[in-house]
Design a protein around this ligand. Structure first.
Ligand code: UT7
Length: 329
């Protein structure tokens, strides 16, 4: 029997309506549109507004749309993984909250935290369940409400991030489509450059941690930038080499959207023309775990069965990786 692989058979996303422009950020911190655009490529990002709305609010919309467009009943889903660093609560997992809202009750659901590489880690994990033969329909979500952990007085981070969610359906395939290779890496030594200090077990929420603004994202951007470029270029090269893929064989590279200059440098190092790079950072900024599935959603109508895609990401941890997917529809 031919090998069972996990094919992506649908994708759907959700972006909040509110648009936070560079002009509005100019009113909030000492920055300007020109700096933001030339240093990051970002023009605007979406923000989820409203009391009591969390990452699950967006995940629910993405999953509802995915179930509808793939004609799937919630009872058919045996596993759902939500990649996020901004769960609604410490526990239960946001995946459980989404499952409850959409009626998924015949499977198991959990969150996976791997920052900006979360979607790649979750996609790889979910694929192993499909490849085992024991699961027929599995959902992977990438969702983050970054505005809940961004310090809007810190100009070096508040211009970067946005909110969004997107989800993919995975089903078994024996025709050669689907996830064909995955190379995931992590290096915990990177934790000093990108983290949210308080709110976990080491520094639980206290008036002092709030006063010291420790519940927000801290980033030392320059070392993260350097490690992101070299890390992604390296794993993209390795995945292509071990699968015998040339630049011409690859239809699209789907990079994490953290900074347009990072994407351009990875493209240059891996010898890809920019036309093959999916880029929408100008519209949505860095939505952390959601960037890659949001790109797939936006490009869905341009993808054809058999297209070779290389997904790649780098983020907090450090975590990074590259995945080779043969598009199935
Ligand atoms: O997705 C997770 C992984 N994250 C990433 O991949 C992000 C990686 N890092 C980056 O994208 C970039 O490092 C940033 C966009 C965060 C920063 O860009 P940079 O070119 O590395 O700038 P910098 O931090 O070296 O700062 C250069 C200057 C500084 O001023 P001085 O010290 O030279 O006077 C900053 O204070 O730019 C200043 N600056 C700003 N100026 C205007 C920093 N942020 C701003 C701002 N507006 N928003």
């Amino acid at each position: 029997m031919s090998k069972i692989r996990a094919a992506i058979t649908g994708v759907h996303g959700y972006l909040p309506d509110y648009i936070l422009t560079n002009a509005e950020l100019e009113q909030m911190v000492d920055t300007n549109d020109q700096w933001i655009q030339t240093r990051t490529g970002i023009q605007e990002r979406r923000i989820l507004k409203g009391e009591g709305k969390g990452t699950s609010t967006m995940g629910i919309e993405a999953v509802k749309g995915l179930l509808e467009k793939t004609g799937t009943a919630p009872e058919e889903i045996s596993l759902m993984i939500c990649a996020t660093v901004t769960p609604d609560m410490q526990f239960p997992d946001t995946a459980n909250l989404i499952a409850d809202a959409v009626g998924i009750r015949n499977g198991f659901c959990f969150d996976l935290h791997a920052a900006c590489s979360g979607f790649l880690y979750a996609l790889t994990t979910a694929s192993r369940f499909i490849e085992s033969g024991g699961h027929k329909k599995v959902i992977v979500i990438g969702a983050d409400k970054m505005s809940s952990i961004v310090d809007y007085t810190d100009r070096s981070t508040c211009i970067l991030f946005g909110d969004g969610a997107a989800a993919v359906m995975l089903e078994p395939d024996t025709e050669g489509f689907g996830l064909r290779d995955s190379l995931l890496r992590s290096d915990g030594a990177g934790h000093v450059f990108l983290y949210q200090k308080a709110g976990g077990s080491r520094y639980p929420a206290q008036p002092e941690t709030v006063a010291r603004r420790e519940h927000f994202v801290y980033q030392n951007g320059a070392p993260v930038f350097k490690a992101a470029v070299s890390g992604m270029a390296e794993v993209v090269g390795q995945v292509m080499q071990r699968n015998g893929l040339s630049v011409d064989d690859v239809s699209w590279v789907v990079p994490h959207q953290a900074n347009r200059r990072i994407i351009e440098q990875v493209a240059r190092m891996a010898s890809f023309p920019l036309e093959k790079m999916m880029i929408n950072i100008h519209k949505f900024g860095n939505t952390t775990a959601a960037t890659i599935p949001l790109c797939l959603w936006e490009w869905e109508n341009r993808l054809k069965p058999g297209d070779n895609l290389i997904l790649t990401a780098f983020g907090g941890g450090f975590t990074w990786g590259a995945i080779y997917v043969k598009w199935a529809y």
